[in-house]
Design a protein around this ligand. Structure first.
Ligand SMILES: Nc1nc2c(c(=O)[nH]1)N[C@H]1C(S)=C(S)[C@@H](COP(=O)(O)O)O[C@H]1N2
Ligand SMILES: [Mo]
Length: 444
């Protein structure tokens, strides 16, 4: 399914906007997708400086402007919703902000900030509230020997910096293809990216504070606001087992691609785990707890970010006790060049390329088919630049005659698991759709 709508609905009434705000999209599957995208929820939360930047000039009587007013310059604009620093994205919702990248915009080896997807469960903190010089990170929890609070500056000064390129993918990426449909964000293929993250190791910081022998899990907290606006409510507080937290690649990241992390992607500090669902990677990070039990924060329990323990028939109800936490993500690939729909002169060989990744495993081969999976040909596959980075593949295709083709790509991981051609097993929340990516080509 394609994005519900890319443009704000000019017909949207206040009532529509209200009901939209009351039916948040949620990739843990607790509510319905919103009917339309408006910019209201978004601008409501922006500080005046950001609104001025968006209208392109200082708002002279800003102090007289009612809170929540959308400047008419914005409201009349036929432009699709914009987030400063993002380009070419498909917006699926504005409250919370959800945006994915069309596959051809993910062609770069290292995903640029402007094309990294956004998956907010709540309302992003206003940029004004994210000043790095005032940011602190608290380390606490019942299994922390010496709870401490670090300023961001202290974190940067005390601990060694590391840079690792790591895939970030929402567990619900691809959800829109499941049938019967699963509640939650109707992602197509673009809730994934692979930027380069710079930060300090979570393990160095945890070990500095002391980890009690009974520690088994860590949990995160961030500064975003619950959709209800209730500041006492936690939007999301997930985490990972201690063994994952102590991995060399697990970072408290303060930079992405050598620059500040974009506002919507968690500036000034976020957690990044390699190969796990992006929901474990807390944004606007201000607290980590070391737990003596599996973390039981918001969206850790029940059926959120969990898969059935066994295969289930489409549409089945699965009891919570049979739902298990998603850990390493499955093998997957994208065709990022050419853009689907390309017309290609028959005489010219067609270069096709993309990326492949496999959670905590490596990808061992990527195959492509132009005959709907009847036959497959190998592509040239690069090694990852480091563990948890995606791998680039490329090949040349010769199309036998004029007409319509689909190019399908299929990756296989180091344990021999291949991507399913159509769909993997249906599951109640619509997670982990790692089916083959397909593009259309016309030979002319
Ligand atoms: N504080 C906070 N962290 C969060 C979230 C959130 O809503 N709030 N969403 C999680 C989910 S479900 C995903 S998929 C990723 C998305 O990261 P991105 O928006 O940078 O792409 O952030 C995760 N970390
Ligand atoms: Mo997610």
């Amino acid at each position: 399914m394609i994005a519900k709508t890319e443009r704000p609905d000019p017909q949207a009434t206040t009532h529509d906007i209200q009901s939209q705000a009351l039916s948040p999209v949620d990739d843990s599957g607790t509510a319905r997708p919103a009917p339309s995208v408006s910019r209201r929820g978004f601008f409501e939360r922006l500080g005046i400086a950001s609104v001025s930047a968006a209208v392109g000039a200082e708002i002279v009587f800003a102090d007289k402007m009612p809170a929540g007013l959308i400047p008419v310059a914005m409201a009349q604009s036929a432009e699709p919703m914009q987030i400063p620093g993002k380009e070419g994205m498909t917006f699926l919702n504005d409250r919370p902000v959800l945006a994915e990248a069309p596959a051809d915009l993910l062609d770069d080896a290292i995903t640029p900030a402007k094309h990294l997807f956004i998956r907010n469960n709540g309302i992003a903190p206003a940029p004004e509230a994210l000043a790095p010089e005032h940011w602190t990170l608290e380390i606490a929890g019942e299994s922390c020997v010496k709870p401490m609070t670090f300023t961001l500056k202290e974190l940067k000064e005390k601990f060694t910096h590391h840079t690792v390129q790591m895939v970030l993918e929402c567990a619900g990426n691809g959800r829109s293809e499941f049938n019967p449909p699963a509640h939650g964000t109707q992602w197509t293929t673009g809730a994934v990216g692979c930027p380069q993250w710079t930060g300090v190791r979570l393990r160095d910081v945890l070990q500095h504070c002391g980890i009690k022998p009974d520690a088994v899990y860590i949990g995160y907290y961030g500064a975003d606001i619950h959709l209800s606006g209730d500041v006492k409510k936690i939007t999301i507080s997930r985490g990972a087992p201690l063994r994952k937290a102590l991995e060399a690649e697990t970072l408290l990241a303060f930079a992405m691609n050598g620059e500040d992390i974009p506002w919507m992607n968690g500036h000034p500090l976020r957690l990044v785990f390699g190969g796990w669902p992006a929901s474990t990677c807390g944004k606007w990070l201000n607290k980590i707890v070391i737990r003596d039990r599996e973390h039981d924060g918001e969206k850790m329990t029940g059926s959120a970010y969990r898969m059935p323990r066994y295969p289930v028939a489409p549409g089945s109800k699965v009891p919570d006790e049979d739902m298990v936490i998603i850990e390493s993500m499955p093998v997957k690939s994208l065709i990022t060049f050419p853009k689907s729909g390309l017309s290609q002169p028959l005489a010219t060989p067609l270069t096709v390329r993309g990326h492949a990744w496999a959670g905590e495993l490596e990808v061992s081969e990527v195959l492509v088919s132009i005959d709907f999976g009847a036959s497959w040909q190998k592509t040239t596959l690069e090694k990852p630049v480091n563990r948890y980075a995606w791998q680039h593949w490329t090949t040349q295709l010769t199309l036998p005659k004029k007409g319509y083709y689909e190019v399908w790509a299929r990756a296989v991981d180091s344990q021999g698991h291949a991507q399913p051609m159509i769909l993997p097993g249906w599951n109640p929340k619509g997670y982990l759709n790692n089916s083959c990516h397909r593009i259309a080509i016309q030979a002319v």
